[in-house]
Design a protein around this ligand. Sequence first.
Ligand code: 5GP
Length: 118
Amino acid sequence: MSENSLFTRIINRKLAADIIYEDDQCIAINDIAPKAPVHMLVIPRRPISRLTDATKDDRDLLGHLMWVAGEVARMAGVSDAFRLVVNNGEGAGQTVFHLHLHVLANKGTSKKFSENDL
Ligand code: 5GP
């Protein structure tokens, strides 16, 4: 667990980010260095370092993150064509050790929305 990860600082508003969605369990932000026209990150508030550090008790949270990934994709207008990526571990390219789902699409625009829009 990393209590002071980069993403925890974003969640706690200690670091600026383009937050496009948030609820009691997670936030979604635009990636600062997008690798595609739409590149959003879905991040749990709970600072799980990587997917393989999630416990059995995190199963509902993991499901929620995937559901939110689909919703932000829908709101960005890319629900027909997007990729979901989780880099697990340094060898896989993980650089921020606070679990996050990459939502990537070649078309569309991410836009800010709230739980009420879902
Ligand atoms: P990873 O390589 O760990 O799977 O993904 C980390 C992602 O976080 C990268 O795509 C990187 O561009 C993004 N990132 C790193 N620092 C920041 C930041 O300060 N703000 C935002 N919005 N994204 C960041």
